[in-house]
Write a protein that binds this ligand. Structure first.
Ligand SMILES: [Zn+2]
Ligand SMILES: [Zn+2]
Length: 184
């Protein structure tokens, strides 16, 4: 674990007062993510803004990654665009550092460095959608024969549409018409 957490590391020795901007990149496979929950084989880029005032460091991290998710509708793996962010406030002491607030994002400390690997891991896990979709237009699988309807048609859906939906459709169309009239 110690080796994994040497990634996204900032050397704090001699860090000057003021704002520092860092872009750190690491292969997702080096992050120690739980692979049954999140697979990232490409780079995970973290943009860090550090504001050092006295012994306090305010940290903002912006993460971008392209994890491979499995679509909840068609069950196909796809590369998604994921962004996440974290904040931390760190107080520097003599050869030690601590988080100001215990509830803040987790970080790892060494004698003179901080690793944001735990923050990146946690933020990415929280950003995983409950129902990932390869596309908002994903047609999903046919519930009867399992055909992926994004790629091909099957003959299951030939029966006429449920007439109850027609009533709703007519109602919606009428409503839309009235709104348009009201505006003009
Ligand atoms: Zn899909
Ligand atoms: Zn079918």
């Amino acid at each position: 674990m110690a080796v994994l957490d040497q990634v996204y590391t900032v050397d704090l020795r001699g860090l000057a007062e003021g704002r520092h901007h860092l872009v750190l990149s690491e292969l997702g496979s080096n992050l120690g993510l739980p692979e049954d929950q999140l697979v990232v084989t490409t780079d995970v880029v973290v943009e860090l803004t550090l504001d050092l005032t006295g012994s306090l460091i305010m940290v903002r991290g912006g993460i971008s990654a392209k994890p491979t998710l499995v679509c909840a509708r068609c069950l196909e793996p796809y590369e998604s665009d994921m962004t996440a962010a974290f904040d931390a406030v760190i107080r520097m002491g003599h050869n030690n550092f601590r988080l100001e607030d215990e509830d803040e994002t987790p970080v790892d400390f060494g004698d003179d460095w901080i690793s944001f690997a735990p923050s990146v891991r946690e933020s990415l896990m929280l950003a995983v959608p409950i129902k990932p979709l390869c596309s908002v237009d994903c047609q999903g699988l046919c519930p009867q024969c399992g055909t992926n309807l994004n790629f091909s048609r099957c003959s299951c859906g030939q029966e006429p549409a449920d007439p109850r939906w027609n009533a709703l459709k007519t109602f919606l169309e009428d409503n839309r018409g009235e709104q348009a009239d009201g505006r003009s």
